[in-house]
Design a protein around this ligand. Structure first.
Ligand code: SF4
Length: 362
């Protein structure tokens, strides 16, 4: 892990993307520049520009004015961790006001995926999750979410790669920060900014039913992922505490309502915890819940988190559970466990850096 010194930037100027397209255009016009310069500036941001000065087709005096008034990004990198022989990069950012969030770039053949954070911390408090262990900080603003993607674009661009997929599976419950998440999805998919197809954007939720229904009305057609992890209320009440408010059967009904509206298959995420949710009973319950639905099951072998009672399953147990779920007539994949040496479970890099800072200041 590389810990980076804080770069001394003060949060005096707003980040350029904290302005909407129309607000930036109004600012340009008020500075005697044509509104179309906004598209040029966004184009440079989308190509990974790290400074206004790089924006060659923007007149120099305007570049200087932009530099005086705005920051390219509000995010400050404070730690970077690599794994999988450079295929996985995890970055910890400090936000204005001092909270921090993580994002993870995963490189595959033919695509590059960013796992993005939508909140600093998470109010849901799943007991197997590193993020759920520390106090909730705050919601991210839409620009802070998009800036994680722009930073990934810069990183990947330097390697001749493009950012092709974004998954909202980092820190936080995206649906608990609904407006900012929807706005950030619109910007990620805006052809004038990143132009990532909504089909390549996955928004996950632990199960906030009213927001799932609302998302179905947005005409966004992103892929919905449900962090299911258990198919019976008794177990899910423990693993995903929001289940006490929004039980499994209602959740699946809402998710399939989303599938009906968007014709998008719903992805059901299942973190496999050894001896907890990897039994034949679990597979049968899952089969009863999802059989015949426009659904896909994604098994995620648990990435061990300190101070939790949960253990990662053996490879053979993962294979066995996959077979049991397939036998229920469901489509199943096993997510590759990227970044075991990069603090890959969400919240782990934050936890480690904060622990080291506490040691240093003690
Ligand atoms: S697993 Fe997701 S919803 Fe649960 S505490 Fe962690 S970040 Fe929040």
């Amino acid at each position: 892990m590389t810990q980076l010194p804080l770069n001394g930037l003060v949060a005096d100027r707003p980040a350029i993307l904290s302005l909407s397209a129309s607000d930036l255009e109004a600012w340009l016009v008020s500075h005697a520049a044509p509104a179309y310069r906004r598209q040029q500036v966004w184009g440079w941001l989308a190509r990974g520009s790290a400074s206004f000065d790089e924006m060659g087709d923007v007149p120099k005096p305007l570049r200087s004015e932009l530099e005086r008034e705005f920051r390219i990004t509000s995010l400050r990198q404070i730690a970077v961790s690599e794994a999988d022989r450079g295929l996985t990069t995890k970055t910890l950012y400090e936000l204005d006001g001092g909270h921090s969030v993580e994002s993870v770039v995963m490189r595959y053949s033919g695509r590059s995926t960013l796992c993005i954070s939508s909140q600093a911390g998470c109010p849901i408090g799943c007991p197997f999750c590193a993020t759920g262990k520390f106090p909730f900080g705050r919601n991210l603003k839409a620009n802070e979410i998009v800036e994680q993607a722009l930073d990934a674009v810069r990183l990947l661009g330097a390697e001749g790669r493009r950012l092709s997929h974004v998954v909202f599976m980092g820190m936080g419950e995206p649906m608990a920060n609904y407006q900012a998440v929807v706005e950030s999805v619109r910007r990620l998919s805006d052809p004038e900014l990143l132009g990532i197809s909504p089909r390549r954007i996955v928004v996950s939720t632990s199960g906030l039913i009213p927001r799932i229904t609302q998302l179905g009305e947005e005409k966004l057609a992103v892929t919905l992922a449900i962090s299911l992890h258990a198919a019976r209320d008794e177990l899910r009440d423990v693993l995903v505490p929001i289940n006490r408010k929004y039980p499994v059967a209602d959740l699946v009904a809402a998710a399939q309502g989303y599938a009906d509206r968007t014709s998008r298959r719903v992805s059901y995420e299942w973190v496999l915890l050894a001896g907890v949710n990897d039994t034949e009973r679990d597979a049968k319950e899952l089969g009863r819940l999802l059989r015949g639905k426009l659904a896909h099951v994604n098994l995620i072998p648990f990435n061990p988190v300190d101070d939790t009672p949960y253990r990662a399953p053996e490879r053979a147990a993962v294979r066995r559970f996959k077979g049991l779920v397939e036998a229920q007539g469901l489509t199943v994949t096993v997510r590759d466990t990227r970044g075991r040496d990069a603090d890959a479970a969400c919240g782990q890099l934050h936890e480690r850096v904060m622990a080291e800072r506490t040691k240093v200041s003690a």
